[in-house]
Unconditional design. Structure first.
Ligand SMILES: CC(C)(COP(=O)(O)OP(=O)(O)OC[C@H]1O[C@@H](n2cnc3c(N)ncnc32)[C@H](O)[C@@H]1OP(=O)(O)O)[C@@H](O)C(=O)NCCC(=O)NCCS
Length: 149
């Protein structure tokens, strides 16, 4: 990854740019209030952004509860995909979660999202169970994936 990219914690001032990443990435994007609550009202939440020259390229979030980390989201702006930045974001989150005491990491992913599943498998995630009808927009099932940290 080139030196101009930096990781840092998400701040309230980032939310406008985060919403752009969010709307470009998900069929049911999170709201401004959802990110605000994660930043100020959820003591378990850790959100990092990947930034280049004040522009937010992507972000990753997780809830870290005692020894387990649960990834809520990872997304990269479409123009920047395929450059190992999603991988770098998730690797950073895995390393932070481990440093904070997490021993395992889990997440849900749409059963049709083969790109994301491929990223997770590359980083050692294994298939867990299926959560039926997990996504409310199209009743799609979620695949649960997990990895030991
Ligand atoms: C999933 C996402 C974050 C991946 O980010 P990215 O920066 O494009 O991915 P990377 O370049 O870091 O790729 C890392 C690995 O992901 C997988 N991957 C990435 N793009 C892929 C593609 N087009 N097809 C298949 N696998 C792909 C590969 O395993 C790749 O490793 P490799 O390059 O050694 O083959 C990005 O596609 C995205 O934002 N998607 C929309 C939001 C989303 O679906 N998030 C996950 C929700 S659970």
């Amino acid at each position: 990854m080139v030196d101009s990219f930096v990781f840092r914690h998400m701040k309230e001032e980032d939310i406008d740019q985060i919403l752009e990443v969010e709307h470009a990435s998900f069929t049911t994007p999170w709201s401004r209030e959802a990110f605000y609550n994660e930043i100020y009202n959820n003591k378990f939440a850790v959100y990092i952004v990947l930034e280049e020259y004040q522009k937010i390229i992507g972000y990753c979030g997780a809830w870290i509860v005692i020894d387990e980390a649960h990834v809520t989201n990872v997304a990269v702006l479409p123009d920047y995909r395929g450059k190992k930045l999603g991988e770098a974001l998730l690797r950073k989150m895995m390393s932070m979660a481990k440093d904070m005491g997490a021993r395992s990491m889990t997440l849900e992913v749409r059963v049709t999202n083969h790109v994301a599943q491929s990223l997770y498998r590359k980083l050692g995630f294994q298939n867990g169970g299926i959560r039926k009808n997990y996504y409310s927009d199209n009743q799609e099932d979620a695949l649960v994936m997990w990895v030991n940290l």
